[in-house]
Ligand binder design. Structure first.
Ligand SMILES: *Cc1c(COP(=O)(O)O)cnc(C)c1O
Length: 308
């Protein structure tokens, strides 16, 4: 039994009207750990459990860490999640809530990651947030679910951080014979490592992440995503932080769901009827979800403000 839900597919009237085309939403925000990440991480954890691994170790303060903690609890395998000091308290709380051991170490992710690596023994599995073929295989289930209930859309809109979701969606399109379905890959300016790699023709690394969309903050996309972008019809799209935050607010108004700025990046494209959509009439947008809420959204009130 997979650890993820078959997520609902919703026709969005507000987004279809804003963009003058059909927009359907694949609602992965409804996954129990709050994002699509459980698809790939769930599959990876199940398969490492079958190989006899006795502990999961991860180094993400965001949605990947929450998904690993959730998978560990569901499979009855202890999970250790190392987060940097920058990980906000609500995310730490969700990791502890799932019964994982939370270790706070270092100012930034690479320090937390170094500690996580140093804990690894032969009987542990390291769960990477985006660069593992098992993850891509699991994320591909998004497209299997779509193919089971729909004809091929013209395009899929999704957000790109390290490129795990993108790689999984390409795998899913291929295994369903939908090789021609385009992918529109949204990022925020300051976290646009994929768009820049495609423009440069090489897998460049950003000097720093300067966007509020922290879940998109991989300085460099994985090699798999870069290679696939040269084979699969892919259009990168970069939006401002302000546009992503505004999309989060509009989406809350329209659909009563609060998503991360990482997800707002994708939603901003139909809300602003971006040029990149012009060739496509029938679009499925992956509402990737996320629990790192847009605390800085102008005028937004967060229930977590008082907890630092
Ligand atoms: C991880 C994540 C992304 C980016 O996924 P990648 O596989 O790193 O490209 C986008 N949105 C949310 C909410 C995420 O948690």
């Amino acid at each position: 039994m997979p650890l993820h839900l078959n997520s609902p597919l919703l026709d969005s009237e507000p987004l279809s009207q804003a963009s003058h085309r059909r927009i359907r939403l694949k609602l992965d925000i409804l996954q129990a750990p709050g994002s699509f990440k459980i698809r790939g991480i769930g599959l990876a954890c199940e398969s490492y459990a079958r190989q006899g691994k006795q502990r999961f170790i991860a180094s993400s303060g965001g949605n990947a860490g929450i998904a690993v903690a959730y998978a560990g609890r569901r499979l009855g395998i202890p999970a250790v999640v190392v987060v940097p000091q920058s990980t906000p308290e609500p995310a730490r709380e969700r990791i502890r809530q799932q019964g994982a051991t939370l270790i706070v170490h270092g100012a930034a992710w690479h320090e937390a990651n170094a500690l996580a690596q140093s804990l690894l023994t032969d009987t542990d599995a390291f769960i990477h947030p985006f660069d593992d073929p098992l993850l891509w295989q699991g994320h591909a289930s998004l497209i299997d679910e779509l193919a089971a209930c729909s004809a091929a859309p013209d395009a899929i809109v999704l957000s790109v951080g390290g490129g795990g979701l993108y790689s999984g969606v390409v795998e899913g399109l291929r295994r369903n014979g939908w090789d021609k379905v385009a992918i529109i890959a949204a990022e925020t300016a300051g976290a646009d490592s994929f768009a820049r790699a495609i423009a440069a023709g090489e897998r460049i690394a950003l000097d720093a992440i300067t966007s509020v969309a922290t879940s998109l903050g991989a300085r460099q996309v994985c090699e798999q995503a870069f290679q696939l972008s040269r084979q699969h019809p892919t259009r990168p799209a970069v939006v401002s932080d302000a546009a992503a935050l505004q999309a989060c607010e509009r989406f809350l108004d329209d659909h009563r769901m609060l998503v991360e700025p990482a997800c707002g990046a994708a939603l901003a494209l139909p809300y602003d009827n971006a040029q990149v959509l012009q060739d496509y009439q029938d679009i499925v947008l992956i509402v990737c979800g996320g629990v790192i809420l847009p605390l800085n959204a102008p005028g937004s009130q967060s229930p977590h403000n008082d907890r630092g």
